[in-house]
Design a protein around this ligand. Structure first.
Ligand code: ZN
Length: 221
């Protein structure tokens, strides 16, 4: 790669790069790759008209970097790998249901949280998944930038691919901070999405699943 541009190294903020890029805009697309994640967050804070060097904010870029790495760790995890080794042959053909799985994700449009509960159900066809793996599966897909519809579908598809059950149903009830915090003030609204695969598309199975979802939780369990 022929890089004609030399950006002054180690600027205190990306503003240095901004000046350089204005001069070089015709020659080279701007790359921020040489800045650390913390430098970029520091720059973002400055652009919010804040002072990133004041006491309370000094360590913030580092904390945000860590926190965002945690909230998006699903990108480095693999659903197939998690389910492998947790599948068992079982002669059971009734509905398996794990409900009220806590879910926290980030909407990909605003990078603000959406959170709620996931209900997962399937009817085995010779194989079941270790129950503790289902919340982990939810985590793999929730800890990414998401839309609720895709999250719902990915959970259902991963189970379908792993054990090829007779069917899978996933329902997510969630509240979106991008709706609650910003102007439109729909604080109480819940978004419900569902994905039905195989026999869960049939009226009777779907109805049984949805009635289980609607039953009030038993917090004494
Ligand atoms: Zn959003």
């Amino acid at each position: 790669m022929a890089h004609a541009m030399v950006v002054t190294k180690s600027p205190k903020s990306v503003a240095g790069l901004h000046e350089a890029s204005t001069m070089l805009v015709e020659r080279e697309p701007v790359t921020l790759g040489e800045f650390s994640t913390q430098e970029l967050y520091r720059e973002l804070i400055a652009r919010m008209h804040e002072d990133p060097s004041r006491d309370g904010l000094l360590a913030t870029p580092g904390r945000v970097e860590k926190s965002m790495a945690f909230l998006t760790k699903g990108y480095t995890q693999n659903a197939t790998q998690i389910l492998r080794g947790a599948m068992f042959d079982v002669d059971y053909d009734e509905m398996v249901m794990v409900r009220d799985i806590e879910m926290f994700s980030l909407c990909e449009h605003h990078m603000l949280p959406f959170f709620g509960r996931v209900h997962v159900s399937y009817i085995p066809n010779g194989k079941v998944i270790g129950l503790s793996k289902i919340p982990r599966l939810v985590e793999v897909f929730a800890r990414r930038l998401q839309v609720q519809e895709r999250l719902t579908r990915q959970i259902a598809d991963a189970i379908q691919e792993a054990i090829e059950p007779r069917g899978v149903g996933v329902v997510i009830e969630a509240r979106h901070m991008c709706m609650m915090m910003r102007g439109i003030e729909k604080q109480q609204s819940t978004t419900v999405t569902s994905a039905m695969v195989g026999c869960f598309r049939e009226q009777q199975t779907r109805a049984e699943f949805l009635s289980l979802v609607r039953q009030p939780g038993n917090s004494n369990l």
